[in-house]
Write a protein that binds this ligand. Structure first.
Ligand code: GDP
Ligand code: MG
Length: 202
């Protein structure tokens, strides 16, 4: 996929204003947001991955095929972030999500498959629903569990969150597996057909 970091926004006036459809990639720090974006666009390090949680403080807009943006939002789950720093970017994330952006077509919330949803994920999903933003869930790092266990956990957590079949999927960015449902959601929301780097379907 043709992709580039089109905007690295520290405040709402720096968000794109070209009206291209956007999909937000959300989740706590270290859950695997940057890794998922890299697999989707077929690049090793377009979105920078980090083993130190909480590095991303800004909103990164990755333009794909000149036709849509994948939006890498700062992770919530702020254990290692000071209160002052949090105060600086939390309003920016909220201003991004708060209903005013017509370009925002959907959100994919990433949740670690070993961990499952916590209060933050539950309230975020409620809030997205309330704002009328379509939301799906991707369970990340599925390679860390045995396949049977992974499938069982994914089913149990989906039920716990009241997700319909097809509204969540387990993925491994390490192995680039499980991405078919995600690219289906992206195509539904933005019209852009994501393919692997060699042109084959996910
Ligand atoms: N085993 C495994 N590790 C992963 C996977 N996805 C991400 N990671 C690792 O988890 C850490 C955080 O990933 P990153 O994409 O930077 O998370 P972000 O903070 O949400 O953007 C990095 O050390 C990644 O290598 C995956 O599917 N499997
Ligand atoms: Mg990241």
């Amino acid at each position: 996929m043709n992709s580039e970091l089109a905007r690295d926004a520290g405040k709402p006036s720096e968000f794109p204003d070209d009206g291209l459809p956007e999909v937000a990639i959300m989740g706590r720090s270290n859950v695997g947001k940057s890794s998922v974006i890299n697999v989707l666009v077929g690049r090793k390090n377009l979105a920078r991955t980090s083993s130190t949680p909480g590095k991303t403080r800004r909103i990164h807009f990755f333009q794909v095929e000149g036709a849509m943006y994948l939006v890498d939002l700062p992770g919530f789950g702020w254990a290692r972030v000071g209160r002052q720093e949090r105060a600086a970017w939390q309003p920016m994330v909220e201003s991004y999500l708060r209903g005013t952006r017509e370009a925002l077509r959907g959100a994919i919330l990433l949740i670690d498959l070993r961990r499952g949803p916590g209060d933050e994920e539950r309230s975020l999903l409620d809030w997205l629903h309330h704002e009328g933003i379509p939301a799906r869930v991707a369970w990340t790092k599925s390679d860390k569990l045995k396949p049977g266990k992974a499938a069982q956990q994914a089913r149990a957590f989906a039920t716990e969150l009241g997700l319909e079949p097809g509204q969540s999927a387990a993925v491994s960015s390490l192995r680039a597996r499980g991405f078919a449902p995600l690219v289906g959601w992206l195509q539904e929301w933005t019209g852009v057909p994501f393919r692997r780097a060699d042109g084959t379907p996910f």
